[in-house]
Design a protein around this ligand. Structure first.
Ligand code: OGA
Ligand code: NI
Length: 334
C-alpha cells in the first residue's frame, strides 16, 4: 500500500529527527517561531448555568470579540463525551487496511470518509493530520457507509453525543439571535432551521518528531455556522488574536465553540469567524472532534435583512451554501 496517511508516515519517522520536506512549514508559519510563549490567553469561558441574561451577554461579547469561546455546564454528560472519544480512538487504532474501507471515494467531491488532506495548500505543503468525516444529523442526510462498524459501539456513541449536542446548539443559536437584538428563533431559521446538517470530523494528529516545524491543520476560519469541538487532553488548538498566535487552554469536558463564516455573514460582521490552526506534539497523539453545523447545500444565506439598512449596508453577498463552499475550497473570492 502506498504510504500517504500521516499515521503511517509518523510510524516511519518515529526514530528520526526530521520529517518529510512537505510537512515543514515556511518560517512565517512554523509554530516555534510564530507562537506567543509565556502568556496564556484566556479565551472566554462561559458557564451555561448562569442566568440566561448573563449568558446571552457573554455569548454575544465573545462572538463579537473573539469568535471563539469555551462553554462549561453544557449538559453533555462526561460519559457521553468519553464514549465518543473512546470509539473514535479505537477506530484510528485499527490496522490501516480496516480504516481504508472508509476512505473517501477517489472520484467525486465527497467530504465524507477517511482521508488526509482537505484542500490544496500553497506550495503543496501538508498538515500532520488524518481525519474522518461523516454526517450525524439529520437522519435523512446520514450516509452510514462512512460510519465505522468497528468498534461495534461506534454508532451508539455518536448518536448519544449528537442528541445532546443538538440541545446545546439550539441554545447557542437562540442566544446569538438575542445578542443581535432579534427574536430567539431567527438565527436558526436563517441557517436552515431543522434542515441544518451536523458534520462530524475526527482529527487524528500522530506524534511528530519536529512539532516545532509542522502544523496540524493550517490557519483557517471554518465555513460552517458554528463548530462545536471537544479535544482530547493534548493541547494544540491555537487562535489568532491581535496579530499573534496563542495556545487555547485545555479545560476538561468543556465544549469549544467556534463562530464560522456563516454566522459572521448573517450577522453582517457583528460576530467574527475565528482564525485558528492546530499544532502537533512530539510524543503524544492529539485528537479532536469538531462538529460543523452547516446549512443544507441549496440553502441561501446572507446578512439577515433586519440587520441591514441605509446605515448598515450588507458587507457580504447572499449565496447558496454549496457555492460558498466551492469558492472557499478552490480559493476563489466570495
Ligand atoms: C478543524 C480545526 C482544530 C483542532 O478541524 O477545522 O480547526 O483543535 N481543528 O483540532
Ligand atoms: Ni477549524
Amino acid at each position: 500500500m502506498e504510504v500517504e496517511r500521516v499515521q503511517a508516515i509518523a510510524i516511519l519517522s518515529k526514530f528520526m529527527d526530521t520529517i518529510p520536506a512537505e510537512f515543514i512549514r515556511s518560517e512565517t508559519e512554523q509554530p516555534a517561531i510564530t507562537t506567543v510563549r509565556g502568556k496564556v490567553l484566556e479565551v472566554p469561558v462561559i458557564d451555561l448555568l448562569r442566568d440566561e441574561e448573563e449568558v446571552v451577554a457573554a455569548v454575544a461579547a465573545a462572538g463579537a470579540e473573539w469568535g471563539l469561546f469555551q462553554v462549561v455546564n453544557h449538559g453533555i454528560p462526561e460519559e457521553v463525551i468519553g464514549n465518543l472519544q473512546r470509539v473514535g480512538k479505537e477506530f484510528f487504532e485499527l490496522p490501516q487496511e480496516e480504516k481504508e474501507v472508509y476512505a473517501k471515494p477517489k472520484e467525486g467531491k465527497s467530504m465524507e470518509g477517511y482521508g488526509t488532506k482537505l484542500q490544496k495548500e500553497v506550495e503543496g505543503k501538508k498538515g500532520w493530520v488524518d481525519h474522518l468525516f461523516h454526517k450525524v444529523w439529520p437522519p435523512s442526510a446520514i450516509n452510514y457507509q462512512f460510519w465505522p462498524k468497528n468498534p461495534p459501539s461506534y454508532r451508539e456513541a455518536n448518536e448519544a453525543y449528537t442528541e445532546k449536542l443538538r440541545a446545546v446548539a439550539d441554545k447557542l443559536f437562540k442566544w446569538l439571535s438575542l445578542g443581535l437584538g432579534l427574536d430567539g428563533h431567527e438565527v436558526k431559521a436563517a441557517v436552515g432551521g431543522d434542515d441544518l446538517e451536523y458534520m462530524m470530523k475526527i482529527n487524528y494528529y500522530p506524534p511528530c518528531p519536529r512539532p516545532d516545524l509542522a502544523l496540524g491543520v493550517v490557519a483557517h476560519t471554518d465555513m460552517s455556522t458554528l463548530t462545536l469541538l471537544v479535544p482530547n487532553e493534548v493541547p494544540g488548538l491555537q487562535v489568532f488574536k491581535d496579530d499573534r498566535w496563542y495556545d487555547v487552554k485545555y479545560i476538561p469536558n468543556a465544549l469549544i465553540v467556534h463562530i464560522g463564516d456563516q454566522i459572521e455573514i448573517l450577522s453582517n460582521g457583528k460576530y467574527k469567524a475565528v482564525l485558528h490552526r492546530s499544532t502537533v506534539s512530539k510524543d503524544t497523539t492529539r485528537m479532536s472532534w469538531p462538529v460543523f453545523l452547516e446549512p443544507p447545500p441549496e440553502h441561501e444565506l446572507g446578512p439577515i435583512p433586519k440587520l441591514i439598512g441605509d446605515k448598515n449596508p450588507p458587507k457580504y453577498k447572499t449565496k447558496k451554501y454549496k457555492d460558498y463552499v466551492y469558492r472557499k475550497l478552490n480559493k476563489l473570492p466570495q
